[in-house]
Every structure is written in structure tokens, then in C-alpha cells.
Design a protein around this ligand. Structure first.
Ligand code: PLP
Length: 429
């Protein structure tokens, strides 16, 4: 690991939590240079929903490269882009009755978010945007401004203005409806909240601690948008692409966002970001918002193949079954190891085990890594273990990973018991 410590910037992060040099990966497994196998409950922070080196993608990429397919094209028309647009339009959008224009942005998630915010402000001619507590939308200037966590919002980063934060669903507990609260602020001419161009939200806040918005809340937020002439932006960068069991995360809520951001898994591991825009909002002048890496032809090849997963309901069914396994097991863990007062939250195949006691989630993640499971943290205080396995993980690996989480928590509980002089704080009832 010396070269990384010696040469790479201090800013590196995951290499600290998972100190191994990884050299190979397949499906839901990663291998380090010594050949040690790790189960991946991290999936590249949501990039690898379809697994590492998905054979369908790899075969198509190898063929494309061997045939000298276009690699870089700015926003020129290419065969790879044509096939991508056809498949996205006919196989994903049309069957869902979704009429959207497709805008290609720079390749990372934050590029899509910046684009969505810029367009919403331009169309409505208003600078303010409403974002929610615990939101995470990326770390360039406009995206930081709509990201909640103080860790990312250093005063010296300047631009955190023109955004009003409102409480996300459940922020004050289930008794207080935060949509009603938001409506009150918007209705009151003297509330101090400027009428925004857009409200931006994640249907499940992944980085924010796996906070799940109810469908009722999402519907109410959409109603508020319509009532007050505000655009609704759904940031589906982490929980779109099938993560919650449907291609778009908001499908079951039945809402119709004005703007949708997609990134991470859409390129099957290769960088690609897309903004979907209701046709009447597509008011750009040609070339008004550009970027050298708009559209990544290799990612188009990968994405076009991966859309096929949604031609039938098979993957959605598989996700439902795996969700059941994850949810039941996490609830059982929370009920067994009461010392840590764990809470379970999630939807589809993103689940969080909220271990409120300070620093414990990080210790669990470390114990897991020592047992060859990769699992990351989220939440305001890194207090939530975030389960994000590839959607295509084999069931036995999923169960093995859950076993490792339980073993790790068992070990920490026992350590704590020993430190407490064996007070018997495990409640196995
Ligand atoms: C919901 C959401 N939006 C935006 C981003 C930013 O994406 P990127 O890191 O590719 O810029 C992330 C990254 O985790 C995310 O989860």
C-alpha cells in the first residue's frame, strides 16, 4: 500500500476503509493481489448494480473495440449513441408512458445534477432551489449547495447560496408531515423562503443514511410543485437503475418528475450521465451547455445491453425476493443485538442498519472487512451501515454477507460485554 500513501492525495477515502489492492472482480466478488476473495456489498457506491464485469457487457465491449468502434464523439451522432437512444426510448421510456428529451452531460453524477439545476433555474427564471435535510447530490459547487452534510459544505467553498433546505420525510419522526410544513412556508408570503425554480430530492437518501420517503410524501411534494409552479427534479443517480426494484425509483409512487438525473449504474461500470427532461422544458440554445465528455460511447454499448434486463419482470421479482432476505435478516439482527439499538430502513436492495451509538458502524464495517465483506457507511455521522450489493448477487453470497454482518456485530457485542465485566447485555429473546 506504500505507493498510495506516498503519492496519492490525502483526499483518498475508500482505500482507508478497505485497505487492499484489488486486481480482479466478477459479479459480486472482488479479489485482491493475493487472490483473497471479498463479497461486495458496496457495488461501487451504486455503479455496479449489474455486477462487476457483467459478461453481457464485456462481450459487447470487446467486440466493439475490436471492430474499431468510435470511442470519443463529443455529442456527434454515433452508431453506439443511436442504439442507446433507441433502446432507452422504446424499451424504458415508452412502456412507462414517459415522454422525455435526453440530455447527455459530463460523465459523473454531479455533472447531471449541475445541468438539472441550471436548466430549472433558466426555465423558471428563479434562482432559489429547495433541497432536503440529509440530501447528497454531489460535490461540485452547485451540487454542494443542495447537499446537506456540513462535512462537505466548508465556508471556503463559497457557493452554497440560492438554496433553501426543508425537512425530508420523517426528519422529525413519523408524526410530523414535513410536506405540510413545506406547503406552509411556500404559502406564506412572509416566510422568507423565495419561490424556488425547483425542488430536488432523492426518493431514498442513500448517502444521507438510507432515509426512505413514503410514496404519500412523494405524491404530496409533487402536488406542491404543481400548485406553486415549481419543477420537480428527482435525483435517481444512486437509487435509480433498478436499485429499489423498478427501473426508476419513483415508479411505484406514481409521480412524474419534470427532470430526472441518472448516472452510476446506467453505464454498467463506465462513466455516463443522463438528464431526462420533459419536452417543454428543453429550452437550451444549441451548444449552450456543453462538455467534452458528453456521452461515452463505450458506456453506450454497456448501457444498451443492460437495458435488456428490464424487458421482462424477472429482475424486479428477483429484487423483491432478495429484499425479503435482507430485511428479515437485518430485523432479526436488530432484535437480537439490542445493545446497539439498531434501526432498519430500506427499499428494494438498498438497506441501512442504523447503529446510533457513536463509531460503532465504522467498527462493524471494519470487522466485516476483516472477514472479507466490503460494506460502506452513510448518514450524517457515518452511523449507518449501507447494504448495496449488486442486484445480480447470488443468493448464497447475499446470505454469506449477511452472516458476516451478524458475526461482526456479535464480536463487537461480546467485546463490549467483556469490557462491561460480562453484564450479559445480549438479548436473545
Ligand atoms: C443521489 C446522488 N446524486 C449525485 C451523486 C454524485 O455523483 P458523482 O459522485 O458521480 O458526482 C451521488 C453520489 O453518490 C448520489 O448518490
Amino acid at each position: 500500500m506504500r505507493i498510495f500513501e506516498q503519492v496519492e492525495s490525502q483526499v483518498r477515502s475508500y482505500v482507508r476503509a478497505f485497505p487492499a489492492v484489488f486486481s480482479k472482480a466478477k459479479g459480486a466478488l472482488l479479489y485482491d493481489e493475493q487472490g483473497t476473495e471479498y463479497i461486495d456489498f458496496f457495488a461501487g457506491a451504486g455503479v455496479l448494480n449489474y455486477g462487476h464485469n457483467n459478461p453481457v457487457v464485456n462481450n459487447a465491449l470487446v467486440k466493439y473495440i475490436q471492430e474499431d468502434g468510435i470511442i470519443h464523439g463529443l455529442d456527434k451522432a454515433t452508431t453506439a449513441k443511436k442504439h442507446f437512444l433507441e433502446k432507452l426510448y422504446y424499451d424504458i421510456l415508452q412502456p412507462r408512458n414517459m415522454e422525455y428529451k435526453v440530455q447527455f452531460t459530463g460523465p459523473t453524477g454531479t455533472n447531471a445534477v449541475e445541468t438539472a439545476l441550471k436548466l430549472a433555474r433558466m426555465v423558471k427564471g428563479r434562482s432559489n432551489v429547495i433541497a432536503f435535510t440529509n440530501a447528497f447530490h454531489g460535490l461540485t459547487m452547485g451540487s454542494i449547495a443542495v447537499t446537506g452534510n456540513a462535512f462537505y459544505r466548508d465556508e471556503s467553498f463559497i457557493n452554497r447560496a440560492n438554496v433553501s433546505f426543508m425537512p425530508y420525510d420523517g426528519y422529525f419522526g413519523q408524526e410530523i408531515n414535513t410536506a405540510t410544513y413545506l406547503r406552509k412556508f411556500l404559502s406564506d408570503q412572509s416566510s422568507g423562503i423565495d419561490l424556488p425554480s425547483a425542488i430536488i430530492l432523492e426518493t431514498v437518501q442513500a448517502e444521507g443514511g438510507v432515509n426512505v420517503a413514503s410514496y404519500d410524501w412523494l405524491v404530496e411534494i409533487e402536488q406542491i410543485c404543481r400548485e406553486f409552479d415549481i419543477l420537480l427534479i428527482v435525483d435517481d443517480i444512486q437509487v435509480g437503475n433498478g436499485r429499489v426494484g423498478t427501473f426508476f425509483s419513483f415508479e411505484e409512487a406514481g409521480i412524474s418528475p419534470d427532470i430526472i438525473t441518472l448516472s452510476k449504474s446506467i453505464g454498467g461500470g463506465l462513466p455516463l450521465s443522463v438528464v431526462l427532461v420533459k419536452p417543454e422544458l428543453d429550452q437550451w440554445k444549441p451548444g449552450e451547455h456543453t462538455g467534452t465528455f458528453r456521452g461515452n460511447n463505450l458506456a453506450f454499448i454497456a448501457a444498451t445491453e443492460l437495458f435488456s434486463y428490464w424487458e421482462t419482470d424477472e429482475l424486479a421479482e428477483i429484487i423483491k425476493n432478495k429484499e425479503k432476505i435482507i430485511k428479515e435478516r437485518l430485523n432479526a439482527i436488530a432484535n437480537t443485538y439490542k445493545t446497539f439499538d439498531c434501526k432498519v430502513r430500506g427499499r428494494g436492495m438498498i438497506y441501512g442498519l442504523d447503529v446510533s451509538a457513536k463509531g460503532i458502524a465504522a467498527q462493524v464495517s471494519k470487522e466485516c472487512f476483516d472477514r472479507n465483506l466490503i460494506i460502506e457507511l452513510s448518514g450524517a455521522k457515518d452511523n449507518v451501515l449501507k447494504l448495496l450489493p449488486p442486484l445480480v448477487i447470488e443468493e448464497d453470497l447475499l446470505i454469506k454477507g449477511l452472516d458476516i454482518i451478524e458475526e461482526s456485530i456479535w464480536t463487537l457485542t461480546n467485546n463490549q460485554n467483556n469490557n462491561d465485566g460480562g453484564m450479559g447485555i445480549i438479548d436473545n429473546s
